[in-house]
Design a binder for this molecule. Structure first.
Ligand code: 2P0
Length: 328
Protein backbone atom coordinates (compact mmCIF):
# COMPACT_ATOMS: atom_id res chain seq x y z
CA UNK A 1 0.00 0.00 0.00
CA UNK A 2 2.75 2.37 -1.01
CA UNK A 3 2.81 4.93 -3.82
CA UNK A 4 4.94 7.91 -4.84
CA UNK A 5 3.91 10.98 -6.79
CA UNK A 6 5.58 14.11 -8.13
CA UNK A 7 3.71 17.38 -8.53
CA UNK A 8 4.96 20.77 -9.65
CA UNK A 9 4.21 24.10 -8.03
CA UNK A 10 2.14 26.57 -10.01
CA UNK A 11 2.16 30.34 -10.30
CA UNK A 12 -1.14 32.11 -10.86
CA UNK A 13 -1.61 34.60 -13.70
CA UNK A 14 -5.13 35.35 -12.44
CA UNK A 15 -5.04 34.94 -8.67
CA UNK A 16 -7.21 33.10 -6.17
CA UNK A 17 -7.74 35.29 -3.13
CA UNK A 18 -10.73 34.45 -0.95
CA UNK A 19 -13.03 31.53 -0.18
CA UNK A 20 -16.78 31.24 -0.33
CA UNK A 21 -16.69 28.00 1.69
CA UNK A 22 -13.78 27.45 4.09
CA UNK A 23 -14.51 23.81 4.83
CA UNK A 24 -14.81 22.67 1.21
CA UNK A 25 -12.18 25.25 0.11
CA UNK A 26 -14.41 26.77 -2.53
CA UNK A 27 -13.01 29.95 -4.06
CA UNK A 28 -14.74 33.29 -4.50
CA UNK A 29 -13.38 33.44 -8.04
CA UNK A 30 -11.82 31.27 -10.73
CA UNK A 31 -8.06 31.45 -11.37
CA UNK A 32 -5.52 30.59 -14.07
CA UNK A 33 -1.95 29.43 -13.47
CA UNK A 34 1.12 27.99 -15.09
CA UNK A 35 2.39 24.69 -13.72
CA UNK A 36 6.14 25.19 -13.32
CA UNK A 37 8.70 22.58 -14.18
CA UNK A 38 11.67 22.69 -11.84
CA UNK A 39 9.60 23.50 -8.72
CA UNK A 40 8.66 19.98 -7.71
CA UNK A 41 7.51 18.07 -4.64
CA UNK A 42 7.97 14.30 -4.44
CA UNK A 43 5.87 12.41 -1.88
CA UNK A 44 5.74 8.76 -0.86
CA UNK A 45 2.82 7.47 1.22
CA UNK A 46 2.63 4.01 2.78
CA UNK A 47 -0.45 2.80 4.69
CA UNK A 48 0.56 0.05 7.11
CA UNK A 49 1.11 -1.04 10.70
CA UNK A 50 2.07 2.35 12.05
CA UNK A 51 0.83 3.41 15.50
CA UNK A 52 0.36 7.01 14.40
CA UNK A 53 0.68 8.92 11.18
CA UNK A 54 4.32 9.80 10.58
CA UNK A 55 4.95 12.94 8.52
CA UNK A 56 8.47 13.78 7.35
CA UNK A 57 8.88 16.96 5.29
CA UNK A 58 12.27 17.84 3.86
CA UNK A 59 14.06 15.45 6.27
CA UNK A 60 12.29 16.80 9.36
CA UNK A 61 9.66 14.79 11.22
CA UNK A 62 6.71 17.02 12.11
CA UNK A 63 5.29 16.72 15.62
CA UNK A 64 3.05 19.79 15.70
CA UNK A 65 1.93 21.42 12.44
CA UNK A 66 0.86 18.14 10.91
CA UNK A 67 -2.90 18.50 11.55
CA UNK A 68 -3.73 19.58 7.99
CA UNK A 69 -1.85 16.62 6.51
CA UNK A 70 -3.35 14.13 8.97
CA UNK A 71 -6.83 15.55 8.26
CA UNK A 72 -6.20 15.03 4.55
CA UNK A 73 -5.04 11.45 5.16
CA UNK A 74 -8.18 10.90 7.29
CA UNK A 75 -10.33 12.15 4.44
CA UNK A 76 -8.65 9.78 1.97
CA UNK A 77 -8.93 6.85 4.45
CA UNK A 78 -12.66 7.65 4.66
CA UNK A 79 -12.99 7.62 0.87
CA UNK A 80 -11.15 4.30 0.60
CA UNK A 81 -12.73 2.66 3.66
CA UNK A 82 -9.38 1.84 5.27
CA UNK A 83 -8.11 2.41 8.81
CA UNK A 84 -4.33 1.96 8.61
CA UNK A 85 -2.10 4.81 9.66
CA UNK A 86 0.42 6.14 7.18
CA UNK A 87 4.02 7.07 6.86
CA UNK A 88 4.51 9.99 4.52
CA UNK A 89 7.85 11.33 3.34
CA UNK A 90 7.91 14.43 1.19
CA UNK A 91 10.65 16.52 -0.29
CA UNK A 92 10.54 19.77 -2.28
CA UNK A 93 13.38 21.18 -4.33
CA UNK A 94 12.54 24.83 -3.56
CA UNK A 95 12.10 27.01 -0.43
CA UNK A 96 8.84 26.25 1.36
CA UNK A 97 6.45 28.87 2.76
CA UNK A 98 8.04 31.79 0.97
CA UNK A 99 5.24 32.52 -1.47
CA UNK A 100 6.33 29.76 -3.81
CA UNK A 101 3.18 27.72 -3.50
CA UNK A 102 4.72 24.76 -1.67
CA UNK A 103 1.26 23.84 -0.36
CA UNK A 104 0.08 23.50 -3.96
CA UNK A 105 2.66 20.96 -5.09
CA UNK A 106 2.61 19.39 -1.61
CA UNK A 107 -1.10 18.66 -1.43
CA UNK A 108 -1.26 17.65 -5.10
CA UNK A 109 1.55 15.10 -4.65
CA UNK A 110 0.05 13.90 -1.36
CA UNK A 111 -3.43 13.49 -2.87
CA UNK A 112 -2.15 11.46 -5.81
CA UNK A 113 0.25 9.28 -3.79
CA UNK A 114 -2.11 8.68 -0.85
CA UNK A 115 -5.20 7.96 -2.96
CA UNK A 116 -3.22 5.46 -5.05
CA UNK A 117 -1.66 3.85 -1.96
CA UNK A 118 -5.15 3.56 -0.44
CA UNK A 119 -6.31 1.62 -3.50
CA UNK A 120 -8.32 4.40 -5.14
CA UNK A 121 -8.04 5.14 -8.85
CA UNK A 122 -9.31 8.70 -9.12
CA UNK A 123 -9.89 10.63 -12.33
CA UNK A 124 -7.99 13.88 -12.86
CA UNK A 125 -11.10 15.84 -11.97
CA UNK A 126 -11.55 13.86 -8.75
CA UNK A 127 -7.87 14.33 -7.91
CA UNK A 128 -8.14 18.07 -8.46
CA UNK A 129 -11.17 18.25 -6.16
CA UNK A 130 -9.40 16.13 -3.54
CA UNK A 131 -6.27 18.32 -3.73
CA UNK A 132 -8.42 21.44 -3.44
CA UNK A 133 -9.64 20.23 -0.05
CA UNK A 134 -6.04 20.22 1.18
CA UNK A 135 -5.15 23.62 -0.27
CA UNK A 136 -7.06 25.61 -2.86
CA UNK A 137 -4.13 26.24 -5.21
CA UNK A 138 -3.23 22.52 -5.08
CA UNK A 139 -6.25 21.83 -7.29
CA UNK A 140 -4.25 23.48 -10.12
CA UNK A 141 -1.04 21.48 -9.59
CA UNK A 142 -2.78 18.26 -10.67
CA UNK A 143 -2.85 19.51 -14.28
CA UNK A 144 0.04 20.49 -16.57
CA UNK A 145 0.82 23.45 -18.82
CA UNK A 146 -1.55 26.38 -18.35
CA UNK A 147 -4.41 25.53 -16.01
CA UNK A 148 -7.77 27.01 -15.08
CA UNK A 149 -9.45 26.35 -11.74
CA UNK A 150 -13.17 26.82 -12.26
CA UNK A 151 -14.95 28.67 -9.49
CA UNK A 152 -17.98 26.42 -9.84
CA UNK A 153 -21.50 27.24 -8.73
CA UNK A 154 -22.54 24.23 -6.67
CA UNK A 155 -22.52 24.24 -2.88
CA UNK A 156 -21.00 20.75 -2.72
CA UNK A 157 -17.92 21.79 -4.72
CA UNK A 158 -18.35 19.10 -7.38
CA UNK A 159 -17.88 21.66 -10.18
CA UNK A 160 -14.92 23.48 -8.60
CA UNK A 161 -11.88 21.77 -10.11
CA UNK A 162 -8.92 22.63 -12.32
CA UNK A 163 -8.01 21.41 -15.80
CA UNK A 164 -5.48 22.29 -18.48
CA UNK A 165 -6.26 25.16 -20.86
CA UNK A 166 -3.33 24.02 -23.04
CA UNK A 167 -0.63 21.43 -22.35
CA UNK A 168 3.00 22.21 -21.57
CA UNK A 169 4.16 22.02 -25.19
CA UNK A 170 1.59 24.45 -26.59
CA UNK A 171 3.44 27.58 -25.45
CA UNK A 172 6.84 26.18 -24.59
CA UNK A 173 8.53 29.57 -25.13
CA UNK A 174 6.88 31.04 -22.01
CA UNK A 175 9.23 31.50 -19.03
CA UNK A 176 8.52 32.25 -15.39
CA UNK A 177 11.69 33.38 -13.61
CA UNK A 178 11.24 32.85 -9.88
CA UNK A 179 13.36 35.44 -8.15
CA UNK A 180 14.17 34.70 -4.53
CA UNK A 181 14.80 37.65 -2.22
CA UNK A 182 14.07 35.84 1.04
CA UNK A 183 13.74 32.25 2.18
CA UNK A 184 12.09 33.23 5.48
CA UNK A 185 8.64 31.97 6.38
CA UNK A 186 6.04 34.67 5.77
CA UNK A 187 4.32 36.23 8.77
CA UNK A 188 0.73 36.01 7.54
CA UNK A 189 -0.43 32.78 5.89
CA UNK A 190 -2.39 32.98 2.65
CA UNK A 191 -5.27 31.28 4.37
CA UNK A 192 -5.69 33.81 7.15
CA UNK A 193 -4.78 36.74 4.89
CA UNK A 194 -7.47 35.93 2.35
CA UNK A 195 -10.09 35.29 5.04
CA UNK A 196 -9.38 38.69 6.55
CA UNK A 197 -9.56 40.32 3.11
CA UNK A 198 -12.98 38.86 2.34
CA UNK A 199 -14.16 39.96 5.77
CA UNK A 200 -13.10 43.57 5.80
CA UNK A 201 -11.39 44.87 2.66
CA UNK A 202 -13.54 47.70 1.29
CA UNK A 203 -12.40 46.99 -2.28
CA UNK A 204 -13.16 43.27 -2.39
CA UNK A 205 -16.35 43.71 -4.42
CA UNK A 206 -14.42 45.73 -7.00
CA UNK A 207 -11.90 42.89 -7.33
CA UNK A 208 -14.66 40.37 -7.87
CA UNK A 209 -16.28 42.49 -10.57
CA UNK A 210 -13.09 42.52 -12.68
CA UNK A 211 -12.11 38.88 -12.34
CA UNK A 212 -14.19 37.33 -15.10
CA UNK A 213 -12.77 39.82 -17.53
CA UNK A 214 -9.20 38.95 -16.46
CA UNK A 215 -9.97 35.23 -16.79
CA UNK A 216 -11.40 35.66 -20.31
CA UNK A 217 -8.46 37.84 -21.38
CA UNK A 218 -5.75 35.55 -20.02
CA UNK A 219 -7.44 32.35 -21.26
CA UNK A 220 -7.75 33.67 -24.81
CA UNK A 221 -4.28 35.25 -24.60
CA UNK A 222 -2.81 31.84 -23.75
CA UNK A 223 -4.67 30.16 -26.60
CA UNK A 224 -3.38 32.83 -29.02
CA UNK A 225 0.10 32.85 -27.46
CA UNK A 226 -0.26 36.61 -27.01
CA UNK A 227 2.54 37.34 -24.56
CA UNK A 228 1.86 41.08 -24.26
CA UNK A 229 -1.78 40.49 -23.41
CA UNK A 230 -1.14 37.66 -20.93
CA UNK A 231 1.82 39.37 -19.23
CA UNK A 232 0.20 42.79 -18.87
CA UNK A 233 -3.12 41.35 -17.63
CA UNK A 234 -1.36 39.06 -15.13
CA UNK A 235 0.73 41.97 -13.81
CA UNK A 236 -2.36 44.14 -13.29
CA UNK A 237 -4.22 41.27 -11.66
CA UNK A 238 -1.33 40.80 -9.21
CA UNK A 239 -1.29 44.50 -8.32
CA UNK A 240 -5.04 44.44 -7.74
CA UNK A 241 -4.62 41.50 -5.33
CA UNK A 242 -1.83 43.26 -3.42
CA UNK A 243 -3.95 46.41 -3.25
CA UNK A 244 -6.59 44.28 -1.48
CA UNK A 245 -4.01 42.95 0.94
CA UNK A 246 -2.67 46.40 1.72
CA UNK A 247 -6.13 47.84 2.34
CA UNK A 248 -7.47 45.17 4.65
CA UNK A 249 -7.28 45.73 8.44
CA UNK A 250 -4.70 45.07 9.80
CA UNK A 251 -2.75 45.78 6.60
CA UNK A 252 -0.86 42.89 5.02
CA UNK A 253 2.23 43.99 3.14
CA UNK A 254 4.24 41.06 1.85
CA UNK A 255 6.77 43.14 -0.12
CA UNK A 256 10.36 43.75 1.01
CA UNK A 257 12.59 46.51 -0.45
CA UNK A 258 14.05 44.15 -3.12
CA UNK A 259 10.47 43.29 -4.18
CA UNK A 260 9.88 46.94 -5.03
CA UNK A 261 13.23 47.20 -6.75
CA UNK A 262 12.37 44.29 -9.03
CA UNK A 263 8.94 45.78 -9.81
CA UNK A 264 10.47 49.08 -10.86
CA UNK A 265 13.32 47.45 -12.76
CA UNK A 266 10.94 45.25 -14.75
CA UNK A 267 8.90 48.32 -15.71
CA UNK A 268 12.06 50.16 -16.76
CA UNK A 269 13.44 47.23 -18.78
CA UNK A 270 10.11 47.04 -20.56
CA UNK A 271 10.28 50.71 -21.49
CA UNK A 272 13.74 50.00 -22.89
CA UNK A 273 12.27 47.28 -25.13
CA UNK A 274 13.05 44.14 -23.10
CA UNK A 275 9.57 42.71 -22.70
CA UNK A 276 8.88 41.21 -19.27
CA UNK A 277 6.17 41.40 -16.61
CA UNK A 278 6.08 40.60 -12.89
CA UNK A 279 3.71 38.73 -10.66
CA UNK A 280 3.91 38.30 -6.88
CA UNK A 281 2.06 35.89 -4.59
CA UNK A 282 1.59 35.99 -0.84
CA UNK A 283 5.24 36.68 -0.13
CA UNK A 284 8.18 38.93 -1.01
CA UNK A 285 9.54 36.89 -3.91
CA UNK A 286 8.82 38.02 -7.44
CA UNK A 287 8.15 35.92 -10.52
CA UNK A 288 9.12 37.56 -13.80
CA UNK A 289 7.46 36.45 -17.03
CA UNK A 290 9.23 36.65 -20.39
CA UNK A 291 9.69 34.66 -23.55
CA UNK A 292 12.53 32.20 -24.10
CA UNK A 293 14.38 34.59 -26.45
CA UNK A 294 14.71 37.17 -23.62
CA UNK A 295 15.13 34.80 -20.67
CA UNK A 296 18.93 34.88 -20.46
CA UNK A 297 19.06 38.69 -20.55
CA UNK A 298 16.21 39.16 -18.04
CA UNK A 299 17.78 36.58 -15.74
CA UNK A 300 21.20 38.26 -15.93
CA UNK A 301 19.68 41.62 -15.04
CA UNK A 302 17.67 40.15 -12.15
CA UNK A 303 20.80 38.52 -10.70
CA UNK A 304 22.53 41.90 -10.89
CA UNK A 305 20.00 43.55 -8.57
CA UNK A 306 20.77 44.10 -4.89
CA UNK A 307 18.94 41.67 -2.65
CA UNK A 308 18.34 38.96 -5.24
CA UNK A 309 19.59 35.70 -3.71
CA UNK A 310 18.92 33.43 -6.65
CA UNK A 311 16.63 32.78 -9.59
CA UNK A 312 14.97 29.65 -10.94
CA UNK A 313 13.90 29.74 -14.59
CA UNK A 314 10.74 27.70 -15.12
CA UNK A 315 8.97 26.62 -18.27
CA UNK A 316 5.45 25.19 -18.45
CA UNK A 317 5.60 21.88 -16.60
CA UNK A 318 4.05 18.44 -16.37
CA UNK A 319 0.89 17.38 -14.63
CA UNK A 320 1.14 15.45 -11.34
CA UNK A 321 2.23 11.87 -11.95
CA UNK A 322 3.05 8.58 -10.23
CA UNK A 323 6.63 7.35 -10.25
CA UNK A 324 8.19 4.00 -9.35
CA UNK A 325 11.05 5.30 -7.23
CA UNK A 326 9.91 5.58 -3.59
CA UNK A 327 11.52 7.88 -1.02
CA UNK A 328 11.66 5.07 1.59
C1 2P0 B 1 -2.85 31.90 -6.06
N1 2P0 B 1 -2.30 32.26 -3.66
O1 2P0 B 1 -3.79 31.95 -6.86
C2 2P0 B 1 -2.92 32.80 -4.84
C3 2P0 B 1 -2.22 34.10 -5.09
C4 2P0 B 1 -1.43 33.19 -3.03
C5 2P0 B 1 -1.57 34.46 -3.79
O2 2P0 B 1 -3.38 30.34 -3.78
O3 2P0 B 1 -6.06 28.38 2.17
O4 2P0 B 1 -2.12 28.15 -0.14
O5 2P0 B 1 -4.68 26.50 1.31
O6 2P0 B 1 -6.53 27.41 -0.07
O7 2P0 B 1 -3.89 27.86 -1.91
C6 2P0 B 1 -2.15 30.62 -1.86
O8 2P0 B 1 -3.23 30.14 -1.13
O9 2P0 B 1 -4.50 28.79 0.34
C7 2P0 B 1 -2.65 31.07 -3.15
P1 2P0 B 1 -5.50 27.71 0.95
P2 2P0 B 1 -3.39 28.61 -0.76
O10 2P0 B 1 -1.85 31.18 -6.26
Amino acid sequence: MKATAIANANIALVKYWGKRDKKLMLPQNGSISMTCDGLATTTTVDFGDYENDIVILNDEELQKDKEAIVAHLDFIRGMAGIKQKAKMVSSSNFPVAAGLASSASGFAALSLAASKAAGLNLSKKELSILSRRGSGSASRSIAGGFVEWHRGQKDDGSDSFAESVVDKNYWHEFRMITTIVTEAKKKVSSRSGMAQTVENCPYYDGWRKTINNDLDTVRSGIKNRDFTLVGSTAERNCLKMHALMMTTTPAIIYWFPPTMQIIQSVMLWREEGLECYFTIDAGANVKVMCLEKNAAEVNKRLLGLNGVIKTIICRPGDEARLVDKHLF
